[in-house]
Design a protein around this ligand. Structure first.
Ligand SMILES: C[S@@+](CC[C@H](N)C(=O)[O-])C[C@H]1O[C@@H](n2cnc3c(N)ncnc32)[C@H](O)[C@@H]1O
Length: 284
């Protein structure tokens, strides 16, 4: 993905994933977008095709990534390390709503996405009566270094005394390596300004071997978004080097079998093909 116009092609995928979360009991009916059910039906056909051809369950992979990020975020919130979250490219995911429901005033949650998606999400939340004072949706473009829609600017509105988690889910694979590294640098740089900082994301390493199922899935999604999808890392040591070069300290690439919340999903082929990246701003 080279520029912002390309990046916008990714937005419709958020309708399909939003409906997917809803179908799996991870969202609210009010957060399902206008195109959700129709796009989800196409997505389900694709998942069925991948499963039939390769035995790989994209469903298990998606659930492992979503629940894995939830589980690690919850650990940080419950330990009192994180009091605020910025989710980049949140799409129609219900994590912001679920976490502010669960933790109330203990957590400030800022969801962000490109302007049209952020506006839609804000409308859906308002229409469904799901607003909370500590939960907001704002426009943000992850590709901007500075300016009103940048992470840099948003960070100024946060509490400098509270630990911060920044999340990306389902975004980084759409970015080319150069663009992705710049996003990671912006995230690491932002986290350094807070007493505790952690970045959480779904991520993929070639050594996890995606095979025919992975190639088929990637091929169809690439046609849909009219852009390339990228697996950024060869293996865990190389991922660690790249992320540390971007400014992170300790890096853990959790396998779903290592997290209680995702262990059952990891037993399904596909559920073991995603890693939950947890990168701290500091070395420990
Ligand atoms: C595959 S969806 C994932 C949505 C959500 N995180 C989920 O897992 O359901 C990708 C999202 O990335 C957003 N996006 C694409 N380019 C972006 C950018 N440059 N900055 C912020 N968000 C972007 C799209 O609008 C879309 O909502």
């Amino acid at each position: 993905m080279k520029d912002r116009a390309d990046s916008e092609q990714v937005s419709p995928t958020a309708f399909a994933t939003g409906y997917f979360w809803y179908r799996h009991g991870l969202s609210h009916p009010g957060l399902v977008g206008p195109e959700g059910e129709r796009l989800y039906r196409r997505f389900r056909l694709l998942m069925g095709l991948v499963k039939g051809v390769s035995g790989m369950s994209i469903e298990a992979l998606m659930l492992a990534r979503h629940k894995g990020i939830d589980a690690i975020l919850a650990q940080h919130v419950e330990a009192g390390r994180v009091g605020q979250v910025v989710e980049i490219a949140a799409g129609l995911s219900a994590r912001g709503w679920r976490f502010t429901e669960r933790y109330g005033k203990r957590l400030t949650y800022v969801e962000t996405d490109l302007p049209h998606m952020a506006a839609l999400k804000g409308d859906l939340i308002a229409r469904a009566g799901l607003q909370r004072p500590n939960h907001r949706v704002v426009p943000l473009d992850a590709l901007l270094d500075r300016g009103p829609r940048s992470l840099h600017e948003l960070a100024k509105s946060l509490d400098p005394k509270q630990g911060l988690a920044i999340i990306t889910e389902g975004l980084m694979s759409y970015l080319d390596p150069h663009t992705a590294s710049a996003v990671w640098r912006r995230i690491a740089g932002t986290l350094h300004a807070f007493p505790f900082g952690v970045y959480l994301s779904d991520t993929y390493v070639r050594s996890d071997r995606y095979g025919l199922g992975g190639a088929l899935f990637r091929g169809v999604i690439q046609r849909f978004v009219r852009g390339r999808m990228h697996v950024h890392f060869e293996n865990v040591p190389q991922a660690t080097r790249v992320l540390q070069a971007a400014g992170f300290g300790a890096v853990t690439m959790h396998a779903p079998r290592d997290l209680e919340a995702t262990r059952e999903l990891a037993a399904v082929r596909g559920g073991d093909r995603v890693r939950i990246l947890e990168a701290l701003a500091t070395a420990s």
